[in-house]
Design a protein. Structure first.
Length: 518
């Protein structure tokens, strides 16, 4: 059974480079530890050429000209590790989360899909590169052999069956990660490579160093095989970015948001997923705002909130990072944070992409993504609650509705059954007057005979009613009204007869015209 190993060299450095792509071409140093003494924990190739080595203090490393110093970020390493798992799951569902910089995958049966192990290895490197990771890949029938070769060689490395021992022969024994006592014994024996360890007699090795030495010898000789500890797939897509200097304006913030969205969309695309919703959390610089209180005649100081939350829920899954950035910009323009931003944290809720297939004899519908952007721009002008589709509420109030988020119908729903002509003619709509028009109503014999509104006095031809309705008597304000439907004679208009609805507000003791029937 073939196995693949993916190893990320200089993992902590690549985690930072994935968050700041432009820093990869400059000498980079990572520091860690407790204040005030920070030690260098990792250096890239360019910084090593300048003479920077791990173990130096931050002050000593800063003396080297042109060196970029960054703190080691745990959240960046967690995001990079999650991206590594996404790339592995995009190839095979059977993945072992071996270490923060190493994953193992089961490749059984995948040659039918990828044609060869060389193509599998190249696909893994390509997908990891899209996610901002430069990886080593090795494939072998022995899982431990694949792991060791991935750590030692840039690859891709493909080990033919039966060649495991020969492929490991020149590798240093330190790759086996023996404990300190066992490593000292190997050093005293002169055992420096896997080949020299594999040549030792098993019985003598067991008597001298115990079963741990025998286990490491089996791995060094390509015989120490084992099964994978399969990791359950997760759907947590989160990226974060902590800034050295706080950001106040929208333009630089948009640049940072675009970077996070690119990373999230690349991870989701690798897993064949799209974005259904975005949750954005901004950590703000602690501060205060001053407000004068005239009732107490002194300056009142209020502490500003330390975090700012912004959510973006989409009517359909979206894969375009640029579209998501435009929507977030519009949302932040309408409701900006009230303090400089120190840290960004973005969480994406995944969903399956929507498969759209238009009909052969149907016109092409507008792009739903463009419609969502248009609605967001309108909402930024008129307000979030004033854009959408009206939804009737479960109430007897004749004008009870709310605005819900508009969702474009799918092309599949565009197929409408034909409606009989007589049924279409029987439909009637009602045109509301907002706000209702004030009116004066003349009664005779308990029924309305004339109405005056908008400066016109009209004769009532027929009247139906009244229909009394009331509600929400337990709240303020409540409502109670009597409604009539009046057929009015409108001279000079076609048609000359129009049906209006009028209501008498029992609380205000006034008449209103609510609208007309079409």
């Amino acid at each position: 059974m073939p196995f693949g190993a993916i190893f990320v060299p200089d993992f902590s450095l690549q985690a930072v480079g994935r968050s700041e792509p432009g820093i990869r071409s400059r000498p980079l140093v990572l520091v860690d530890g407790s204040a005030p003494i920070f030690r260098v924990t990792a250096v890239n190739r360019l910084a090593r050429r300048l003479g920077v080595t791990p173990g130096l203090t931050k002050t000593a490393a800063a003396e080297f000209q042109g060196v970029e110093i960054r703190p080691r970020r745990k959240e960046l390493e967690e995001a990079a590790h999650a991206a590594l798992l996404d790339a592995a799951w995009s190839v095979s569902p059977r993945v072992e989360d071996t270490a923060i910089d190493t994953v193992l995958i089961d490749l059984a049966g995948l040659t039918t899909l990828f044609r060869s192990y060389e193509n599998i290895a190249q696909q893994i490197k390509t997908r990891c590169s899209v996610l901002g990771l430069d990886v080593h890949v090795a494939i072998s029938a022995n899982v431990e052999t694949a792991r060791l070769l991935a750590c030692a060689r840039a690859g891709p490395t493909i080990v033919p069956d039966g060649q495991e021992t020969a492929s490991l022969k020149a590798l240093p024994v330190a790759l086996l990660s023996p404990d300190e006592d066992l490593a000292e014994v190997f050093r005293q024996w002169g055992v420096t490579t896997c080949g020299s360890l594999a040549s030792l007699p098993v019985l003598s090795l067991s008597e001298c160093v115990g079963q741990e030495g025998v286990r490491l010898q089996g791995i060094a000789s390509g015989q120490g095989n084992r099964s994978l500890a399969i990791t359950e797939q997760t759907h947590l897509f989160e990226e974060s970015l902590e800034l050295d200097e706080a950001v106040e304006e929208l333009e630089p913030l948009s640049f940072l948001l675009g970077r996070l969205l690119d990373q999230l969309c690349a991870r989701l695309s690798t897993r064949a997923l799209a974005v259904r919703a975005i949750q954005l959390q901004l950590d703000l610089v602690p501060g205060f705002e001053n407000a004068f209180d005239p009732s107490r005649d002194f300056l009142r100081t209020n502490k500003l909130p330390e975090t700012f939350h912004c959510s973006l829920v989409l009517p359909r899954p979206v894969e375009d990072a640029k579209l998501l950035l435009k929507l977030l910009r519009l949302r932040l323009q309408a409701n900006p944070p009230k303090a400089p931003i120190q840290k960004l944290r973005m969480l994406a809720e995944p969903d399956r992409p929507t498969a759209l297939q238009g009909g052969l004899f149907l016109p092409a519908v507008p792009d739903p993504d463009k419609l969502e952007l248009t609605l967001a721009r309108i909402a930024a002008v008129v307000g979030e609650g004033n854009v959408g589709s009206p939804e009737l509420l479960d109430s007897h109030h004749p004008d009870a509705f709310r605005m819900q988020k508009f969702a474009a119908p799918s092309p599949a729903s565009s197929f409408n059954l034909s409606v009989p002509e007589e049924a279409a003619d029987s439909k009637m709509s009602f045109r509301f007057a907002r706000p209702p028009l004030p009116a004066n109503v003349t009664f005779q014999g308990g029924r309305p005979v004339g109405i005056l509104f908008q400066g016109k006095s009209l004769k009532v031809l027929q009247a139906s009613g009244p229909w009394r309705a009331s509600g929400e008597w337990w709240e303020e304000p409540n409502w109670q009204e009597d409604a009539w439907d009046l057929e009015l004679d409108l001279p000079g208009r076609t048609p000359a007869r129009v049906v209006y609805r009028i209501v008498f507000d029992s609380l205000q003791k006034k008449w209103f015209v609510r609208g007309s029937y079409d």
